[in-house]
Design a protein around this ligand. Sequence first.
Ligand code: MN
Ligand code: MN
Length: 457
Amino acid sequence: MDEMKEKLFYQQKNGYDIIGPEERLALEDYARRYMAYLDAARTEREAVAQAVKLAQAAGFKPLGEGPIRPGEKVYFDNRGKSLLLAVGGKKPMCEGFVVEAAHVDSPRLDVKQNPLFEDTELGYFRTHYYGGIKKYQWAAIPLEMHGVAALKDGTTVEIVIGRDGADPQFVVTDLLPHLATDQMGKTMAKGIEGEKLCILMGSVPYAGEGSDRVKLAVMSLLNDRYGITEADLISAELEIVPAFDVRELGLDRSMIGGYGQDDRVCAFAELAAILETEAPERTAVCILADKEEIGSVGVSGMRSQNFEWFIGKLCGDTCAVQESFSKSFCVSADVTAAFDPMYPEVSEKQNAARLNYGVGFCKFTGSRGKSGASDASAELVAYMRRICDEAGVVWQMCELGKVDQGGGGTVAGFMADRDIDTIDAGVPVLSMHAPFETTSKLDCYMTYKCMKAAYNG
Ligand code: MN
Ligand code: MN
């Protein structure tokens, strides 16, 4: 009977029961590289800047006129917020390309355009949260400020406060339990409301008499450090992000804790894969997109025609972009929810992604009857099974949450809309969208292997 089961049943194994000692070392080495990237990439702009540095070191050159030549390595930095890279394939663009698309924006608190105020001699910045957050998670944790202020003269000032050990950090205050009777009676959605997510900026009044002296002192410190005035904040993009370092988690150090792993964990996987891709059959394209968390909108989001423009450059006069799209294959590289034994009720265990079971393929995403999903074809899933099995990738098939529990989306639909065969694949995450997200090193490494296999498939 066991023989029959072995032959006929789909049996999943923990990745650590599959891989050998050599792969354990490769996995640790990859995790170190990923953690260093994540630590330095706290915003979409920083994620792009770090990626450009790595690409240049690997011999990638700014995109020129096409068509792309076999083995040629190019990149295009889209306004410092999204990045496209390509390695020319042996086959021409009219036979299609392999694209892997991840996003580098993450949920955070964005500083408002007119943010600074003083109340009871404390100075604050008002914020408007970005993406899907549980607001209560952002109070009473250390925060940093990263971003830019664009000035009227056309120059841009880079602002980073809190990353350097000598820097101060910031906080959103919360109510003490002693006085929180009313607050504790509210739902978690209402416990801390959006307009209460104000950043404490300072408390010392400017010397002298009059009103708004703390506000003046805060503005004066910003002026000393960056030369900016309150009006310059109108044209600033300042992102408030958690100040936690990226760390190994668990006694066995098998997991990674850090902010922004959705989706910089997949962004790094496909980036590392394309940097090691030399002469693929079909041209390899890697996208680090922006604005996924708010609907892939805008010039740097995946719905932007910037992608068509980039592929047009790679095609040159050899092929129409739409022709190339119709023969292409896309891995929408985004994270999925890992099964959490503390919250089993939201998942259907048989189809939930598990930590250490490898990269998770999602045939579909969406919610309530697959609504809004890009449902990958059976043929495409079979293709992924084959290339991953041939490359020794530990993978699992998964679904985000049980039926009618909720759901989510990725850039997959926007790629499929372009007539590109698309499947979702990525790293299972615990506490997704929290200020401190958890992944497993093995799953991160297997996602990188999967991305490599797809480029070489
Ligand atoms: Mn994501
Ligand atoms: Mn997300």
